[in-house]
Design a protein around this ligand. Sequence first.
Ligand SMILES: [Zn+2]
Length: 304
Amino acid sequence: MAGFSDPIFHNEEAARAHLERIRWPQTVSCPLNGCVGRVSPLGGNSMGPGWYFCADCRGKFTVRTGSIYERSHVALHKWVLAVHLLTSSKKGISAHQLHRMLGVTYKTAWFMAHRIREAMKPVNPGPIGGALKTVEADETYFGTKDAYRGKPKAEKRGKKMAVVSLVSEGQARTFHVDRCDAVTVRKILKDNIRWQSTLHTDESPLYFGSIKTFAGHNTVKHTAGEYVSKSGATTNRVENYFSVFKRGMKGVYQHCSEKHLQRYLVEFDFRFNHRAANGVEDAERALIALKGAEGKRLTYRRAV
Ligand SMILES: [Zn+2]
């Protein structure tokens, strides 16, 4: 990746130019109304740098417009740095750490991190797997459901948050589920895996009947100490995904409420799907997230 001495991490103008190049590699286009052509830079000191004027809609915009940086008072080089940090650290980076490294308040760092997770979210990803391809599916439990936080131990028992993950050919799709039952799991499998795939799972009853939906279904019997079945079925990849996820959640994020869990899953999916083993290096991974920063509808309306 670009070294941290690169001006894009220290200088607002350098960061702006970097983001403009990523967003508009050829010519600047108006993000306001799907206008075409006729955009000119706005000179003068009244507006500040980085403003453009669209002659089609007579609107003014900057590279922040219609992106996760819109309505943010944080300097662009801090955003660029935050994206690089969040995409290059193996297990994520806490809002506390971002707050210290960026010199912004903890609250601002927290909102920035969540907006960057928005940028990491794939747009219309489509199902995974396909003919002659295997998809591993598994579920895991961790932490405590929001409604049981702070309750006595006996009451909390078994009230963990549940996630279901699908892994195929280096790509993961992970879902937070309120209830991890057969109906919920079946719907996730059906909606996200091509029927021509062969499904690999453990012998959990959650996956009973999957053979009716997919071209094949092989199970591995963990209870029998088996990690790869005679038919070659394994869930090692999805289990590895869970182990990275859990280490990150435990070591870095610590307190994640259930209502934000899906955003963290997006972050872990993003890093997994764009990891070095898939041929994606740090700098390119950051570029993909920076590219994903535009056109995202903001869930957080609050200014940071
Ligand atoms: Zn326009």
